[in-house]
Ligand binder design. Structure first.
Ligand code: PLP
Length: 488
């Protein structure tokens, strides 16, 4: 290829693009499917500036981010503490990526993590994403244990690489990729008896669990679940692996959600907000003794490595994130604002029958919608039919039985289709309205599309919560979901 004929984009060219050009590039070079979906739900915006809760599009319109990178932006967009650390690092000319020798920032980050995590969790393997942290944990378990089974929860989400998928609890994302890892079992979340019966029957190496299931629709287990699971794992010699990729870094009102039950897992996985909302980084953290059992011999030191894992650039962002978490007490912010948010949402639930349940812990919030509501469509159909009966009486025997049956089949099919379409797309419709009318970003949870996730940056103010509540209420009103109307 002749290099002089290639015209490549640089940063200036990239940032100057208009929305239509960006969508075209997605269509051509990334995913035509997602480009079409964005168009369908009218989700595409071109954000070129972010600060705290807010995002700016090219025209200077301000949006409010209640998704926060699915939990990766706890400290807000472009938090000044994260930015100044990164700027300092880049200006200092510390090399980002060096191999065969230790990296200076990484060592300090590892010490910070050891101080933040409970008990003897103090040895970190650094990687670049949540799913890589889970892969590292799976390999660690396999290296330590000579038992076979990995147990995890139905509905759980641990990432989309093959190992993580093998233990995740949603068939939709697994079925095209079989065979996955053998010897995995999903049990109901929060069910101690189910866990004990599997631990009794099978040779179980490890139990992987999210303290609160995020993608399953923000499912909060019964109080003390993790504590009891810790005891059960000890009783049966099962390694307890807690996935704090989404719940960590203050999101639930504690630095890490295991603090609610005051337990120390054998292995913990962290990521998302660990990168301060800017850098992709994750870690699989364990105790010295377990690390030694797995990788303590010199011939084993390179069994699990990553070229980019824990480089000086991402480690700088993470160092700043750990400092911010503690110095600015983000967990307490999440706890206080979460309580206020929950109270406001519960008040809305009293008024609007479409809200089935509010689940909230800190600023990890799920709004589950009442999809049985659409049983109302059946009611509507029978009313239309009864009206038609009167009309048909008047028209005498003009309609043949066959024609009547055809009409009946037709209306049944149409209402059925509308109902299933509404169920699939209801949360999409609400999110799309919130974006279009109120410039609020929300989205459903991955494994439960009936639930809208509310996971704003932890710096959210009460005023911004009030804005969300009044906007959300306007959307519900628009679709006439008030209790009085439903009860007629
Ligand atoms: N584990 C949990 C609990 C998650 O919520 C996620 C992502 O949402 C992952 C693992 C996977 O993380 P990543 O998307 O960075 O691979």
């Amino acid at each position: 290829m002749n290099n002089s004929s290639i015209k490549l984009n640089d940063f200036d060219a990239a940032i100057e693009q208009e929305l239509a050009e960006v969508i075209e590039k997605y269509k051509s070079y990334i995913s035509p499917t997602i480009a079409d979906l964005w168009n369908m739900a009218d989700f595409a915006r071109l954000f070129i500036r972010g600060e705290g809760m807010q995002l700016w599009d090219k025209e200077g319109k301000i949006y409010y981010d209640f998704v926060a990178g699915y939990g990766a932006v706890n400290f807000g967009h472009n938090n000044p503490v994260i930015i100044s650390g990164i700027k300092q690092m880049l200006e200092s000319q510390v090399p980002s990526i060096v191999q065969i020798s230790p990296t200076v920032i990484t060592s300090a980050l590892a010490e910070n993590i050891a101080q933040l995590l409970p008990g003897d969790l103090e040895v970190s393997f650094f990687c670049n994403s949540g799913t890589e942290a889970i892969e590292a944990a799976l390999k660690l378990v396999k290296k330590i244990s000579n038992k076979r089974y990995i147990v995890s929860a139905l509905g759980s989400f641990h990432g989309k690489s093959l190992g993580s998928l093998s233990i995740s609890g949603k068939e939709k994302y697994k079925k095209y990729y079989r065979p996955l890892l053998k010897y995995t079992i999903n049990i109901p979340f929060g069910d101690i008896e189910a866990a004990e019966s599997v631990f009794k029957e099978k040779d179980v190496a490890a139990f992987f669990i999210e303290p609160i299931q995020g993608e399953a629709g923000v499912i909060i287990p019964p109080t003390g679940y993790l504590k009891e699971m810790r005891n059960l794992c000890d009783k049966y010699g099962v390694l307890l692996v807690v996935d704090e990729i989404q719940t960590g870094f203050g999101r639930t009102g504690k630095n890490f959600a295991v603090e609610y039950d005051n337990i120390v897992p054998d292995i913990m996985t962290i990521s998302k907000s660990m990168g301060g909302g800017i850098a992709p980084i994750g870690a699989c953290v364990t105790s010295k003794s377990l690390f030694k059992r797995a990788y303590g011999k010199s011939e084993n030191y390179a069994l699990h490595t990553s070229t980019f894992g824990g480089n000086n650039f991402t480690a700088t962002a993470a160092i700043q994130a750990t400092k911010l978490l503690i110095d600015e007490n983000f967990a307490t912010k999440a706890e206080q604002k979460g309580l206020y948010f929950k109270k406001c949402l519960l008040e809305l639930q009293q008024k609007y029958s479409i809200i089935k349940e509010i689940r909230a812990i800190g600023l990890m919030i799920g709004i589950e919608f009442q999809m049985d509501y659409f049983g109302g469509l059946d009611e509507m159909k029978s009313q239309i039919e009864s009206y038609l009966d009167d009309e048909f009486d008047y028209m005498g025997d003009l309609l043949s039985d066959d024609l009547y049956k055809t009409i009946d089949r037709f209306t049944t099919r149409i209402t059925g289709n509308i109902e299933s379409y509404m169920q699939k797309n209801f949360t999409l419709m609400i999110s799309s309205y919130l974006l279009k009318e109120y410039r609020i970003l929300t989205f459903s949870t991955l494994n439960n599309p009936n639930v809208i996730r509310i996971q704003p940056p932890l710096i959210i103010t009460e005023k911004e919560i009030d804005y969300f509540i009044s906007s959300f209420e306007s959307v519900l009103k628009k679709f006439m979901f008030e209790r009085e109307i439903v009860n007629i």
